[in-house]
Design a protein around this ligand. Sequence first.
Ligand SMILES: *Cc1c(COP(=O)(O)O)cnc(C)c1O
Length: 295
Amino acid sequence: MFTNLHSPLQKLDHPTLTNLWIKRDDMIDPYISGNKWRKLKYIIEAAKEKGKTHLVTFGGAYSNHLVATASAAARLGFKATAFVRGEPVDNETLLLCRLFDMKLIFTERELYKNKWVLFDAHFGDDPAAYFIDEGGASMEAVRGCAELIAELPKDFDYIFCAAGTGTTAAGLLQGVKQNGLSSQIHVVPVLKGGAFIKDEIAQFTEITEQLVLHTDYHFGGYAKSTEQLLAYMASFISAQGILIDPVYTAKLFFAIEDLAERNLIRKDAKILAIHTGGLLGIWGMQAKLNAILST
Ligand SMILES: *Cc1c(COP(=O)(O)O)cnc(C)c1O
C-alpha cells in the first residue's frame, strides 16, 4: 500500500508570487492524506515487524490522523482503537473512523493527557496492541516525512509547511540535510504560542540551522479561525481550483502571501508550499463558511 505514491509538483498561477509551487501530498490518498500517509508508513512497518495487529492511537474529534489510521488499519487488516479527547460527539471525521471500524473511546481531557497510562490501563495485557502517539509523532514519522525532499528539485529557496506537532517539519529538515539542499524550511505553527514547536522539532532532529519559524499565523489557535482567514481560504480555492483547509493549509498559504507582501520573504524566490492534505477540516466549519460565501 505504501508504494506508488502520487504527489505531483505543480506551479501555481499567482498574481504576485511568480515562482510559487505546490507539492500535492493531498493527492496521495483521500483518507490517508498528505503527511499522515508519510508518517504512518514506517510506523505501520514497525508495528508489523513487532507482530502487532491492533493499532491504538489518540486524537481530537476532528483529527486527520485518526481517519488516516482508521483507513490504513482497515486496508491492511489491523484492528484499530482511538482515544478521542473530550465528551462523546458525532461528526463527519468520527463517522469515517467508525465506518473504517475504528473503536472510539471518548476520554475526559484530564485523563487524556497521560497517553501511556491510558494505553496501559486498557491494553497493557493485549500483546497485539501497538501505541501510536497523537498525530503519529515519532521517529518513524520523521523518517517518512524526510522522504518528501528526495522527490523535489534542489533549487527551492524556501520550503513552507504548516505544523501541529512539528514532526513533519523535523522530517523536512532531516531531508534537506540528507539530500544536500540549501533550501530554508519555513514552518507555520497553527497553534497559539507556536515557538514551542522549536523544542518539539529538536526532540526529533538536531538539524535546525535551516529552520525559520513564523508564529503569528495561528488565527487564535488550533482549529480557530477568523472571517479574514475563511474569506482568504475561499478566494484561494476559487482562484486556484485547489482545496485547502481552515486548520492547516489556509494558514500556510495566508502566511506565504502575507510575508511576501510585507517583504519579509523575496517575492521572486522559488517557493514551495507543501499541501499536507487534511481536507476534512472543512466540514468542521460549515456554518461559518456558508455565512462567508453568502455575503
Ligand atoms: C496533521 C497535519 C499537519 C501537522 O503535521 P505535524 O507533523 O503534526 O506538524 C499539517 N497539515 C495537515 C493537513 C495535517 O493534517
